[in-house]
Design a protein around this ligand. Structure first.
Ligand code: VGL
Ligand code: ZN
Length: 203
């Protein structure tokens, strides 16, 4: 069984959002083209409390993109984003979520960030996504969403480590760090065995 994972297609990651990914809106038509081609579609949603430790605003004298030690883990600080119940945290309305069977929220614990849809950044807690996919006999996942160099990257890394054949849809993801961030991520993921395919190559 093959699943499509839609990662963090939320307003705060789209152009104009709090943590915008340039051209991030372009993933929406790609996702919409694909959702009806998969038997199983699941989504993730970055869903932070206001006091989240990844927000620069919650640390004295810090600004976005500063790096700190957050309870033992290196943490890049971000602008406040995807705050629970705000518009920025909503999944984009232009995304066709009708075929989405389940949405896995992540990043609720203030003390630790969660880029991957599977585990927090310390790999201590599991979101339940792996058990869910395994219960549906999924052995192959395609990934679309934002951002290529953070949440898509970590979701793909965990997916391959968990034994799924993992394919990132090349034209279905953009990086916060632009083309350079995308190319670096692609190289690192390919070294781990993650494949990249253009959405036109998927039947
Ligand atoms: C993300 C940074 C912080 C992402 C989420 O979805 O890639 N990036 N939170
Ligand atoms: Zn976040």
């Amino acid at each position: 069984m093959t699943a499509l994972l839609l990662v963090d297609i939320q307003y705060d990651f789209l152009p104009g959002g709090a943590l915008e990914v340039k051209q991030g809106d372009k993933v929406i038509p790609v996702a919409n083209k694909l959702v009806n081609k998969f038997e199983l579609v699941v989504a993730t949603q970055d869903w932070h409390p206001e006091n989240h430790g990844s927000f620069a605003s919650n640390h004295a004298n810090k600004k976005p993109l500063d790096v700190i030690d957050l309870y033992g883990l290196e943490q890049i600080l971000w602008p406040d984003h995807c705050v629970q119940e705000t518009n920025g945290a909503q999944i984009a309305k232009d995304l066709n979520t009708k075929p989405v069977e389940a949405i896995f929220r992540k990043g609720m614990e203030p003390e630790i960030d969660t880029y991957s849809g599977f585990f927090d950044n310390g790999h201590k807690k599991d979101t339940g996504l792996d058990a869910y996919l395994k219960s549906k006999k999924v052995d192959k996942v395609f990934i679309v969403g934002l951002a290529a160099d953070f949440c898509v990257k970590e979701t793909a890394t965990d997916a391959i480590d968990l034994g799924y054949q993992t394919i990132v849809v090349q034209d279905g993801t953009y990086a916060v760090q632009g083309q350079e961030g995308f190319d670096k991520t692609k190289k690192e993921l390919r070294e781990k065995g993650v494949e990249f395919k253009h959405s036109d190559e998927l039947t």
